[in-house]
Design a protein around this ligand. Structure first.
Ligand code: NAD
Length: 501
């Protein structure tokens, strides 16, 4: 049982709360910690710590801030085993997957080390006689981040390293289901020399989130989670004139063309649909097959592989798929499968009754595969967030694109083909934010930004990478003239136009 879960404010671990709630190990179904839900007073404390820390941190030279990030990156590498064990304990994903998550998070820290280069601004000399003009990028102040359970270490690392490198102070509200890895990571950041009040953590649910958004100190809100909550948070922030980026849910389609290499597609779909038990916002949950013979062949190849999936606790390196995050979420996935059967989808592999010897109380499911799914079915329309892959049959690439474009979500998608023209046509016309061509999980590297279209993202800028530097700073444009022989005498009432001087 982890007794050390608390709020981290000014580097101090606090346990003050209105209530506590249990955290479960999803592989065993047993409680492994108690989470304090912050009282209003604790949230006030975090706001005040972040506010106080901000001015001197904002005035710290960016290159000095970067030194902290370099040291932090080294600590992450040194302590990666411990971090991944904490991820697996509370989330359930297999250790190799936890390592992959952390590696992608570390890439964001490496990117943040180079942010001084991106804060340089833009300069124009002599925009008028003896007049120079420039734009610079100043920090916002206190910013907050609210993160989901499915990448407990990586998603916070999408946010706060960029935010603090831009000179802001940060309050993180992590998922209540698996907070321990991120708490450990924040302690490492403090150990690396980050001033303690610059990065604080509070735990809680809707009340804590609303108090943070509404606080006068808070200038911007980053959110990643499900779409209804993303939309509500975006609206609440926008109504108060606050900058917000809110990344939401997904339904990611993979188009399989008749010329695709089916062995490659099968392997790619196994990882993309069932990795992390389907609990990734970029998970492929729909295979769109172009031509019936493609669907038949793909299902023939996928079926034995899904039946043979090694399901069990993430701590056992031989397992390929761990448990679902909670008992409730497991039941929700089963309900979606039941409803799809009722609505006429053809169940090819049924993962509902999977049990793991010695882990009978764990929240395990096997992989599920459906054929003949149609756009009216609930299992097609909703984000299931579990190990379920459905096949939708179409006859042409144009029909596949139309299907994807009509879906309310637009996070990720991919096409499998050997035809460059088809790949290019697809990426030009599909209304989705991140596109793979023979790449099933096209998660952009840290120096490109991440974000979906349609109801997968509310806001203008994407997460991490160059967009994050724009999100966490505001532009100031300065025009400067020093008295000199070129200055015109007298008052000028016309709108300034330097070209006529
Ligand atoms: P969630 O929306 O339930 O929770 C996300 C965060 O919001 C948590 O910190 C939670 O405590 C908080 N929260 C919960 N209810 C709230 C409310 N009513 N008001 C304010 N805050 C609230 O999401 P989850 O189950 O933790 O994560 C899974 C979801 O996140 C999926 O929909 C997945 O697609 C999405 N996700 C999206 C991306 C992306 O980049 N688009 C990345 C990861 C996860």
């Amino acid at each position: 049982m982890n007794q050390g879960i608390g709020h981290l404010i000014n580097g101090e671990l606090l346990h003050d709360s209105v209530t506590t709630q249990p955290i479960y190990n999803p592989a065993t179904g047993k409680e492994c910690g108690q989470l304090p839900m912050a009282s209003r007073a604790v949230v006030e404390q975090a706001l005040s710590a972040a506010k106080q820390a901000y001015p001197s941190w904002a005035a710290t030279p960016p290159s000095a801030r970067a030194q902290v990030m370099y040291r932090f990156k080294e600590l992450l590498v040194q302590h990666q085993d411990k971090i991944c064990q904490l991820i697996t304990l509370e989330h359930g994903k297999v250790l190799s997957d936890a390592k992959g998550e952390l590696a992608r998070g570390i890439e964001n820290v490496e990117y943040a080390c180079g942010i001084p280069e991106l804060l340089k601004g833009e300069h124009s000399r002599q925009v008028g006689t003896n007049i120079d003009a420039w734009s610079e990028f100043q920090p916002l102040g206190v910013v907050v981040g609210i993160t989901p359970f499915n990448f407990p270490a990586m998603v916070p690392l999408w946010m706060w390293p960029s935010a603090v490198m831009c000179g802001n102070s940060f309050i993180l509200k992590p998922s209540e289901r698996d907070p321990s890895s991120v708490l450990y990571i924040v302690e490492l950041a403090h150990q690396a020399g980050l001033p303690k009040g610059v990065l604080n953590v509070v735990h809680g649910g809707v009340d804590v989130v609303n108090q943070l958004i509404d606080a006068a100190e808070v200038q911007a809100v980053s959110f990643v989670g499900s779409t209804p909550i993303a939309e509500a948070i975006y609206q609440r922030s926008a109504q108060q004139g606050k900058r917000c980026q809110a990344l939401g849910g997904a339904k990611n389609h993979a188009v399989v063309m008749p010329d695709a290499d089916l062995d490659m597609v099968t392997n790619a779909l196994m990882g993309a649909a069932f990795g992390s038990c389907g609990q990734r916002c970029m998970a492929i949950s729909v295979a769109v097959t172009v031509g019936d013979h493609v669907a038949d062949a793909l299902i023939r190849q996928l079926t034995p592989k899904i039946e043979a999936l090694q399901v069990g606790p993430g701590t056992d390196e031989s397992n390929e798929m761990g448990p679902i995050i909670t008992a409730d979420q497991k039941q929700k996935v089963i309900d979606y499968i039941d409803e799809a059967c009722t609505q006429g989808a053809s169940l090819r592999v049924d993962g509902r009754t999977k049990t793991v010897p010695d882990y009978e109380s764990g929240y395990f499911l096997g992989g599920t595969l459906f054929d003949n799914v149609t756009p009216e079915m609930t299992i097609y329309q909703q984000e299931v967030f579990g190990p379920v892959l459905v096949v939708v049959r179409v006859n042409t690439l144009e029909q596949a694109i139309e299907l994807i474009n009509q879906h309310e979500y637009g996070n990720g998608t991919c096409i499998f083909t050997r035809d460059g023209e088809a790949g290019r046509f697809f990426s030009n016309h599909v209304m989705v934010g991140m596109v793979g061509i023979n790449v099933p999980l096209p998660v952009p590297v840290s120096y490109h930004s991440f974000g979906g279209w349609k109801r997968s993202l509310f806001g203008d800028l994407h997460a991490y990478g160059p967009d994050s530097v724009r999100f966490y700073t505001r532009r100031k444009a300065i025009t400067q003239r020093w008295p000199s022989r070129g200055v015109k005498d007298g008052t000028q009432f016309s709108f300034p136009s330097y070209s006529e001087e």
